[in-house]
Design a protein around this ligand. Structure first.
Ligand SMILES: NC(=O)c1ccc[n+]([C@@H]2O[C@H](COP(=O)([O-])OP(=O)(O)OC[C@H]3O[C@@H](n4cnc5c(N)ncnc54)[C@H](OP(=O)(O)O)[C@@H]3O)[C@@H](O)[C@H]2O)c1
Length: 240
């Protein structure tokens, strides 16, 4: 049975990814933090760890050794806090940066290091970043910087781990609106997209499945954003 490790698999996109690979008949090692919505089932192993805590990451790394070898890994876990929001909550910039870089950079680094010698032949690793890795957003400067670091590290891993492990990046745009998002916000976001519709988790799952199965794709950054990054954000209605 093939095995995939997915981080942040307890809910939302990570949960959908776990359910997709379970449905393909794979064994899924699903990491989660505070919430695990995955139904217990054959082939599913769940491991809890707070990836912002170094000791938890070390413990998780030790536990992962029991479930290898690995055919695939998806680094999906993520925290997303606006700079002003952290400040309002009394979280210092240093602590906010520490948390984001711990979850997005240190944890994937340490987990990947721990998998040395535990990869199958023709394995793959997919790293979920964000279009913000290439498109700065001053409201989320810490998040953007840490996702950019994650993406750069992923491409170094494409060099280091190939040819045994093909590493690629998926850059989602806004995936799915949350119940608290207002109609005005939804319309504003969709107006900045070329396809004018929500992506949904399925779009990112399809991209991950494509990368997992594409033996000739390595070191690629696959943008799945409905055209939001290239949508023209400037007023083109003027004439001279
Ligand atoms: N949603 C979007 O529109 C969007 C847009 C661009 C990129 N992305 C990227 O796509 C991926 C999936 O998006 P999503 O919205 O499903 O992500 P999400 O729910 O915000 O986060 C993914 C998972 O990371 C876990 N996580 C957060 N802090 C953690 C910590 N300290 N230790 C361990 N796990 C932690 C969360 O679990 P807990 O809540 O239990 O901590 C959650 O299950 C992420 O990498 C995200 O950055 C998403």
């Amino acid at each position: 049975m093939k095995t995939v490790l997915i981080t942040g698999a307890g809910k939302r996109l990570g949960r959908q990814l776990a359910e997709y690979w379970l449905a393909q008949g794979w064994r899924v090692v699903a990491h989660y933090n505070s919430v695990n919505e995955l139904a217990p089932q054959p082939g599913l192993i769940t491991l809890q760890a707070d990836l912002s805590e170094l000791n938890d990451v070390r413990r998780l790394c030790d536990e992962l050794a029991s479930y290898g070898p690995y055919d695939g890994v998806i680094h999906n876990a993520s925290c997303f806090v606006a700079d002003a929001q952290a400040q309002q909550q009394g979280v210092s910039l240093a602590r906010q940066a520490e948390q984001h870089f711990a979850v997005h950079v240190y944890a994937p680094m340490m987990i990947t290091e721990a998998l040395t010698g535990l990869w199958c032949e023709q394995a793959w690793m997919t790293v979920i970043t964000d279009i913000y890795s290439d498109l700065p957003n001053e409201r989320f400067a810490v998040y953007c910087a840490s996702k950019a670091a994650l993406q750069n590290w992923a491409l170094s891993m494409a060099q280091r781990l190939s040819p045994q492990v093909r590493t690629n990046v998926v850059q989602p745009g806004p995936i799915q609106f949350l119940p608290e998002h207002s109609q005005a916000y939804r319309e504003m976001v969709l107006s900045q997209s070329l396809i004018k519709q929500e992506l949904g988790y399925q779009a990112i799952t399809e991209a991950c499945a494509y990368l997992a199965g594409s033996q000739s794709v390595c070191g690629s950054v696959l943008r799945v954003d409905g055209g939001r990054l290239v949508a023209n954000r400037y007023d083109q209605t003027f004439s001279d």
